[in-house]
Design a binder for this molecule. Structure first.
Ligand code: SDX
Length: 373
């Protein structure tokens, strides 16, 4: 038995997956073989969600059925809405989302934890309901009544309608879809791995998703998109960027939205998100956002100059969500709305050839000794 320690499982291959991969030679991410750049350029969010669950893009009939099934399941029952409204506003929206998934799990009496068809149905139900939860929570924190889902609207238009009471322009819909498509799946990242660990014990899908939400919340993972926005606001002045960065690096602070465990020469998803962000800035930025965008650009240059470290997807996504009008604490919950597809695809895949995930550790505590009398 090897006693080599792989801290953080860095470089360790744990299992095979057919869902997605990063192709290092071309620095591209593929879902079922399709490059995300191509998907983001030509497909809707619903088509990509379908792809992640069915390993192929839908034809027109499959897409229409999928859209109809999603639109029909958006509502959260009265009891669930009351439960969420009772949660303290001091808790993070990710806690609300985690509680909502736990509640939905408690409402589902089915015991068929390993049944593929049942799990795909549960995944679709969560996919449809999470935007309703996120929008309800955003509005209650703004002191506004919830807006019920509108089944005549598409996924993205309905989400904006539930948050803001209006549908966004087509270019904002497209930018939002781009973030959803890019965030949807990324092989064995920490939250997906957490979901697979929980699934490997033959626990249920809701438990695995609840655990994954907890893993995504942390700022070293999905919570980074919120941390990026707080950081840009904290820097405040474009002229302060380099000084702020030097002080932060001297204090060994991690600069949010930079670096990645897999990509060492740049996150393959960033160029396409950057293009979407540039369009948003050109059309919608006011003086304050232009100032934040200048801080954003200078910090990216300074980080490359000082550390040779590139931004990850959370960097452009954060400013994009800000420009779309979302409150900062909603950014990571929106990541969940997207990643629910990847998580549940992995839960189903784990169950097709399940093996309990249970690594070893090297013991580093006291030698055996008698319990004092
Ligand atoms: C996501 O895995 C996925 O696929 C995740 C994700 C997904 O789609 O699921 O892409 C989503 O989680 C993106 C990452 C979001 N997190 C952040 O933006 C937080 C800031 N980033 C870092 O803390 C860091 O880069 C990590 C956590 C993302 C990766 O960490 P690693 O692989 O463990 O790398 P490391 O911390 O060991 O860093 C190696 C070196 C260190 O310097 P040295 O000690 O060797 O001199 O790079 C430095 C680090 O200090 N470094 C950073 C840095 N990132 C790496 N220094 C300052 N700021 C940073 N952001």
């Amino acid at each position: 038995m090897s006693t080599n320690i792989h801290r953080g499982l860095a470089g360790v291959v744990v299992d095979a997956t057919a869902i997605s991969t990063v192709i290092n030679e071309t620095n591209s991410l593929t879902y079922s073989g399709y490059a995300v750049q191509d998907l983001a350029a030509s497909r809707t969010w619903e088509e990509v969600a379908y792809l992640l669950w069915h390993s192929d893009l839908p034809d027109a009939t499959q897409l229409a059925d999928f859209r109809a099934a999603e639109a029909a399941q958006r509502s959260l029952d009265r009891c669930g809405q009351e439960l969420l409204r009772k949660l303290p506003e001091t808790c993070h929206p990710m806690d609300v989302l985690r509680t909502a998934v736990s509640y939905l799990g408690a409402q589902d009496p089915t015991e068929d934890h390993a049944d593929r068809t049942a799990n795909q149905a549960k995944a679709l139900s969560l996919f449809a309901k999470l935007p309703t939860v996120v929008a309800l929570d955003l509005r209650r924190r703004r002191g506004q009544d919830p807006i019920p889902p509108d089944p005549t609207l598409g996924y993205v238009e309905n989400f904006f309608h539930m948050c803001f009471g209006e549908e966004p322009p087509a270019d904002v819909v497209r930018a939002f879809e781009t973030t959803m498509i890019l965030y949807a799946e990324h092989s064995f990242n920490a939250s997906t791995f957490a979901a697979r660990v929980i699934t490997s014990t033959l626990s249920d899908l809701y438990s695995a998703v609840t655990g994954a939400i907890g893993a995504l919340k942390g700022p070293l993972h999905g919570g980074a998109n919120e941390a990026v926005m707080h950081m840009l606001v904290e820097i405040d002045d474009p002229a302060r960027v380099e000084g702020w960065l030097d002080e932060a690096l001297a204090a060994k602070r991690k600069i949010m939205g930079f670096g990645h465990r897999v990509y060492k020469n740049g996150d393959s998803r960033v160029p396409i998100m950057q293009a979407a962000l540039d369009n948003l800035i050109a059309t919608y930025a006011d003086d304050r956002t232009r100032r934040l965008a200048e801080i954003y650009t200078r910090l990216q240059g300074a980080m490359l100059d000082r550390k040779g470290i590139h931004p990850n997807l959370d960097y452009p996504s954060a400013l994009a969500y800000h420009l779309m009008g979302f409150d900062i604490a909603t950014f990571t919950p929106i990541f969940v709305m997207s990643r629910i597809t990847g998580w549940t695809a992995h839960i189903v895949e784990q169950l097709t050839a399940n093996v309990l995930i249970r690594p070893l550790s090297v013991y580093a505590g006291p030698q055996p000794r008698p319990v004092p009398a």
